[in-house]
Design a protein around this ligand. Structure first.
Ligand code: KG4
Ligand code: ZN
Length: 327
């Protein structure tokens, strides 16, 4: 008999449920996205997000259990994101899990969403070897960390303002590309010429990041060039982002000499980012670990896999929401 963890993720605007076994195999998963609800606001509207989670969460749990045929007896525990994220959205997941845990008599474990992203590289297949360098590029976060093992993370640098994903989304909005912005910018960039010289913020300095100046520079360019070409602006913006990410990752590989390096988070779904990171891995002779495409953006499978780590070590965590939780 295989044991499963039921993972639940509601930190932002995706209601995600998954059943994952100890080896990271995903028996079933479903995500209900909220793009249509937030599109007219140009960003996630927190009250509407929590209301939509509330409507979607139990039917989605039922749907995943029904589709997989996994029995309650085979569920060892429930893992749920406790932060970082929107307080109202987190509360829907956490209170639902409290109720399910009580009703089903299963342990419940609160999980750090960032840790979930880090574990996403080991879904479906074990990939990560330690010591590892980890680049997390999502809508909420941009950070570089050095990890000696599953439990230790030395933060090398984070962003001083916008995250990479946030700047993709803001540039998409300026270009009228709608939501979700990142994939749209990525597709346009592939067809454009990266000839516009946008800044590459903090490229010469250590491991800290800053992306708001780049975003402002794109805004100024659009104001001054009303006949701009969407593809060329996207390509030039992406080229600046990739130059910064690639330079810092290469610097860290040379300094820390990791056995592998992982790139996780929503922006790791970008084929251009994946290719740029693969080029570095080949050049530096380091193994690159990427999450399977469908597990790069927010999902519950990564939360379930992170939950197994806590179960295996018999570590308890709380279920109170932590909107500002750090790595
Ligand atoms: O990890 P994620 O799903 O949510 C957070 O934890 O923030 O990341 C979402 C971010 C968004 O900014 C989205 O635009 C970006 O990831 N993203 C992409 C792509 N797919 C998602 N950015 C560039 N290219 C993509 N294909
Ligand atoms: Zn995320």
């Amino acid at each position: 008999m295989t044991d499963f963890v039921l993972g639940i993720e509601t930190s932002c605007d995706d209601t995600a449920i998954a059943l994952v076994d100890r080896d990271g195999n995903v028996a079933g998963a479903k995500t209900v996205a909220q793009f249509d609800i937030h599109a007219e606001f140009g960003g996630v509207y927190p009250e509407l997000a929590s209301r939509a989670h509330l409507e979607a969460i139990l039917p989605t749990v039922d749907s995943v259990l029904g589709a997989t045929g996994v029995l309650l007896a085979d569920i060892k525990a429930i893992g749920v994101t406790r932060g970082p994220g929107l307080i109202g959205s987190l509360l829907v997941g956490l209170s639902t899990v409290q109720a399910l845990s009580f009703a089903w008599g299963k342990p419940a474990i609160g999980i750090n969403h960032l840790r979930g992203h880090l574990r996403s590289v080991d879904l479906e297949e074990k990939r990560l070897t330690y010591p590892a360098l980890v680049l997390l590029v999502s809508g909420g976060h941009t950070l570089l960390a050095y990890s000696k093992d599953k439990w230790s993370f030395e933060l090398l640098g984070t962003t001083r303002d916008d995250s990479v994903g946030e700047s993709y989304d803001k540039v998409a909005r300026m270009l009228g590309l709608g939501m979700p912005g990142g994939p749209a910018v990525d597709i346009c960039a592939k067809q454009g010429n990266p000839a516009i010289r946008f800044p590459k913020p903090m490229i010469k300095e250590g491991y800290e990041f800053s992306f708001s100046g780049l975003k402002s520079s794109v805004a100024r360019h659009l104001e001054n060039n009303p006949d701009f070409d969407v593809n060329d602006v996207s390509a030039s913006f992406v080229a600046s982002c990739l130059a910064v990410l690639s330079t810092k990752v290469t610097r860290a590989i040379k300094e820390y000499k990791p056995a592998s390096f992982a790139v996780v988070g929503g922006v790791a779904a970008s084929p251009q980012v994946r290719q740029a990171m693969q080029d570095i891995a080949t050049k530096e002779g380091v193994c690159l670990c990427l999450p399977p495409l469908k597990w790069a953006t927010d999902n519950a499978a990564m939360i379930a896999l992170a939950t197994w780590d806590y179960l295996d070590q018999d570590i308890q965590t709380g279920l109170e929401p932590k909107p500002n939780l750090r790595l």
